[in-house]
Design a binder for this molecule. Sequence first.
Ligand code: ATP
Length: 291
Amino acid sequence: MKITLMARAKINWSIDVLGRREDGYHLLDMVMQSIGLWDVLTLESAREDTFCVAGRPVPANGDNLVLKAVALMREASGVSEGVAAELTKTIPVAAGLGGGSADAAAALVGLNRLWKLKYSQERLCELGGRLGADVPFMIRGGLCRAQGVGDELTPLSGGGAFHLVLLKPRKGVSTRLSYGRLRLDRLGRRPRTEALVEALKRGESRRIPELWGNGLEPGSAELCPDILKAKAALVNAGAMGALMCGSGSTVLGLFENGEQARKSAQELRKDWGFSRAVRTQSRGVTVMDEQ
Ligand code: ATP
């Protein structure tokens, strides 16, 4: 059997940093949504394990989250048969778009089918949480509020199809280094999360920029000052507002319609490493083909 999966990236409409736990993890209140930008993962039963990656430079060894997910599922299920995995990466790396977590989520969903394990989504999310805080969200997808250390998910109904342009400086930002620069006394403008959730549910795009905010932005912008230039470039190109995605370095611009977003993404492409018009989505990992 061969399964092909779509592993969608995410954006954060807000990251509110509420404090720090004694173990060093930050307490967060975030609103996340899947977007129309994805990696493709194929999984096929095989005599022995093989893995290849195309599209973007990420490790093709045991450090890759796909192989970590295979090892975890094997340990949880006791299945010993081999799997041939092929990953085609489109999601930029170290971009704040959760590419690695999306791939891990796709591997868990795919192996659940390939090995006919019948694990519930809750069980897959529990396993995914061991691979990374964003993995459970990537499995569920859509529009969600994530609290705690990012692992307490509340799915939110509605969530219009918003039009975005993603702009990424050539330099990426490591999530670990971004959190290292986080200071609780300089979080920038805090998001108004409750009002933001209402505006998102109702599809009131014009209200969103006055309600969103990302507490990781000041620290990431120190590591990569082009983040601030990317925000300015998006607003100059007609965005209603611009906000850093996750821990950066990608920045999103919110546009009134798809046509404007596509035109602006094209104009910005010549000066920036990655510029893409995308729409928000209501699903995370999906199975594209099964044979
Ligand atoms: P996040 O927003 O989840 O914090 P990110 O989008 O900023 O993460 P990723 O692209 O997921 O960053 O990857 C960060 C690092 O994880 C990479 O430098 C890479 O070495 C490692 N990694 C492991 N597996 C993968 C994978 N399948 N895809 C991308 N990166 C991976």
